[in-house]
Design a binder for this molecule. Structure first.
Ligand code: KIV
Length: 272
C-alpha cells in the first residue's frame, strides 16, 4: 500500500496551515506530466508544483522565461488529471503578471479554469503586490516566491545565493511580511542563507517552503528530475540525488537496442 492510500484526504491550503502549526514538515516536488504526477501523488507528497522549470526540464530552454501561459496550462491540466491527494500549484509564467494586475488576474483565472489546479505561484514581493492582491481578491490562492527568483535571472546575472547582504535580506523579510499580509497561503524561499530562511519561517504564520534554504523552514521542494537524477547537468550544493535514473534509463534503452539488433526482441511470446 502506498503512503498516500492510508490518508487519501485531499491536501488544502488549510491543511498546510495546520501542518505548520503542528510542526509537521511539508514535502513538495515538481511534476509536469500525467505519468510522473501520478507516482508523486501516490507516494504521498503534500504539494505538487507545476513549475515553470518545465521550461528547462521539459523544453530544454536555458532559462524559465520562454515558457508560455498556454504551455503551463497544458502541463498543469496533465498533472491535475493524475492527482487525487496532493495540492497542485501552477507557476504563472514570466510576462503574465508583472506590471499589469488586470492581466495578472486574467492569466490566473485562465490557469484555474483550464487546469483545475488548486493555486498559482508567482515570483517577487513589493513589485508584484498589486497583482497578488488582485488575484487573491478573485478567491484564487497564491503562493509567493522570494530569494533567487529565476524569472529575474537577467537582472541578477547569476544563479548564486541571494540575500547574503543586509540590504537584500531586509527587503526579503519585508516582502515576506507583505505577501503574508496580502493573504498568500505559503511562500517559497529559494537559495538564501539558512539562518535568514529560518528567521522568515518564524516571523510569518504562513508555511515557508525552502529550496536551498536550510532546514529551519516548514517544508522542502526539489525539482523532480533533479532529485531522481534524470537531469545530470545541474548539481547545486542543496540538491540531494535520490536516484540515478539517467544511468538506469540509459542501461534499459541500451539493452533494448542490443535486443533489436540481435533479433532477440520480440520473442515468440511477444508476437501474435
Ligand atoms: O519552477 C520551479 O520548479 C520552482 C521551484 C524551484 C521552486 O519554482
Amino acid at each position: 500500500m502506498s503512503i498516500a492510500q492510508g490518508r487519501a484526504k485531499k491536501v488544502t491550503t488549510h491543511v498546510l496551515s495546520e501542518m505548520k502549526m503542528r510542526g509537521e514538515k511539508i514535502a513538495m516536488l515538481t511534476a509536469y506530466d500525467f505519468s510522473l504526477a501520478k507516482i508523486v501523488d501516490t507516494a504521498g507528497v503534500d504539494v505538487i508544483l507545476v513549475g515553470d522549470s518545465a521550461s528547462n526540464v521539459m523544453a530544454g530552454w536555458e532559462t524559465t522565461l520562454p515558457i508560455t501561459l498556454d504551455q503551463m496550462i497544458y502541463h498543469g491540466a496533465s498533472v491535475v488529471r493524475a492527482v487525487q491527494r496532493s495540492l497542485v500549484v501552477v507557476d504563472m509564467p514570466f510576462g503574465t503578471y508583472q506590471g499589469n494586475s488586470k492581466e495578472a488576474l486574467t492569466s490566473a483565472i485562465r490557469i484555474m479554469k483550464e487546469t483545475a489546479a488548486d493555486a498559482v505561484k508567482l515570483e517577487g514581493g513589493r513589485e508584484v503586490i498589486e497583482s497578488v492582491q488582485r488575484i487573491l481578491s478573485a478567491g484564487i490562492p497564491v503562493m509567493g516566491h522570494l530569494g533567487l527568483t529565476p524569472q529575474s535571472i537577467h537582472k541578477f546575472g547569476t544563479y548564486t545565493v541571494r540575500a547574503k547582504q543586509d540590504e537584500e535580506a531586509l527587503k526579503l523579510i519585508e516582502d515576506a511580511r507583505l505577501l503574508e499580509q496580502a493573504g498568500c497561503f505559503a511562500l517559497v524561499l529559494e537559495k538564501i542563507p539558512a539562518a535568514l530562511a529560518g528567521k522568515v519561517a518564524k516571523e510569518v504564520r504562513i508555511p515557508v517552503i525552502g529550496i536551498g534554504a536550510g532546514h529551519e523552514v516548514d517544508g522542502q521542494v526539489l525539482v523532480l528530475h533533479d532529485m531522481l537524477g534524470i537531469n545530470q547537468e545541474f548539481s547545486p550544493r542543496f540538491l540531494r540525488r535520490y536516484h540515478n535514473l539517467f544511468a538506469e534509463i540509459l542501461g534499459a534503452v541500451g539493452n533494448y537496442i542490443t535486443d533489436v539488433k540481435n533479433v532477440e526482441f520480440p520473442n515468440d511470446r511477444e508476437q501474435y
